[in-house]
Design a protein around this ligand. Structure first.
Ligand code: UDP
Ligand code: MG
Length: 308
């Protein structure tokens, strides 16, 4: 019998853990998958400050399928997912959110695709759930950029996916510490397919994302997959230099002809434009340097406090 691991990153999910466990258990017990697959549920408590850990602990006492890791503090969802992948022992691993926004029923389709021989089954959002227009627009823009950069269509993609053991071993062998799980599963290749699902409402608790944290997330993910922003800096520099050259020639000619204009406004515009471009460029370079520094420090991605 093949084993399926379900990896669940949890941060302040005291209100959802038990519901989640119930949903997965009843899916297993009420469908025929229980005849073909055994399961383990791995909860990663990402440094929650509520009773998430206590709830996980009590589930693990009553259900042998439940395993867990708890972090010493909040290290972020990516770290939690990668910790879960390391801990998982299944022949396939499914990553899903604790709040049941990833409908468990899609697991049935994922498993049947896996049985057909697919090594990665991406969960694709056919309906994004209740989110604002601006959020939807920004998400679409971000995935357009990411898709262009990694050369795969990532629209509607999510962290809800199934991966064969082979894929999990490959992901576990990556040594980088700033990862973007959602895109790495495309980047590694392998035989992949997708199933569609509708994002449900969060059953309880609230989303951990703010506008600022989403911006940082997007910035980190773009810089971990492409050097394009650095090339863009070079391009902007070249364009500004050409404009400067033209203006310089113009200044000399008008000076020689004795018809040079009062130059204050153009000077102000040029100085502010150039300074702005330089500061922006430095900022972009700084992001890459900070990322390199972070990799070189080689600190662990997360610190485990308890594990079973
Ligand atoms: N999560 C986590 N660490 C964090 C933030 C979130 O492990 O620092 C987990 C969270 O508990 C949930 C999943 O990641 O299981 C998705 O989080 P959330 O529902 O807040 O995101 P949204 O669905 O709003 O994108
Ligand atoms: Mg959610």
């Amino acid at each position: 019998m093949k084993k399926v691991s379900i990896v669940v990153p949890c941060y302040n999910e005291e209100a959802t853990i038990k519901e989640f466990h119930k949903a997965i258990t009843s899916l297993w017990n009420e469908s025929e998958i229980k005849n073909n697959f055994s399961s383990e549920i791995i909860f990663i408590d990402d440094g929650s400050s509520d009773n998430t850990y206590e709830n996980i602990l009590s589930l693990s006492e009553s259900d042998d399928c439940v395993r867990y890791t708890s972090f010493s503090r909040n290290f972020g969802k990516e770290a939690a997912i990668f910790c879960g992948l390391k801990q998982a022992t299944g022949d396939a691993v499914i990553v899903m959110d604790a709040d049941l926004q990833h409908p468990p029923i899609a697991i049935l389709q994922m498993l049947s695709k896996w049985q057909e021989g697919y090594e990665i089954v991406e969960g694709i959002k056919s309906y994004r759930g209740k989110e604002s227009h601006s959020h939807g627009f920004m998400a679409e823009l971000f995935y357009k950029i990411m898709s262009g950069m990694i050369g795969f269509d990532m629209s509607g993609s999510s962290d809800y996916k199934l991966m064969d053991r082979k894929v999990v071993d490959t992901l576990n062998s990556l040594s980088e510490r700033t990862t973007f799980f959602r895109a790495l599963s495309y980047w590694v290749g392998y035989k992949s397919t997708s199933v569609e699902y509708e994002v449900g409402d969060r059953i309880a608790g609230k989303s951990k994302w703010s506008g600022a944290s989403l911006f940082k997330y997007a910035l980190m993910n773009i810089t971990s997959f492409t050097y394009s922003p650095l090339y863009l800096i070079g391009l902007i520099g070249a364009v500004i230099m050409l404009i400067g050259l033209g203006l310089g020639i113009d200044a000399v000619i008008t000076y020689v002809k004795g018809i040079a204009m009062e130059g204050y406004p153009s000077l102000v515009i040029l100085i502010t434009l150039a300074t702005g471009a330089i500061m922006l460029s430095l900022g972009i370079i700084a992001v890459y340097i900070a990322r390199m520094y972070n990799e070189i420090k080689n600190r662990p991605r997360y610190i485990v406090e308890n594990q079973k």
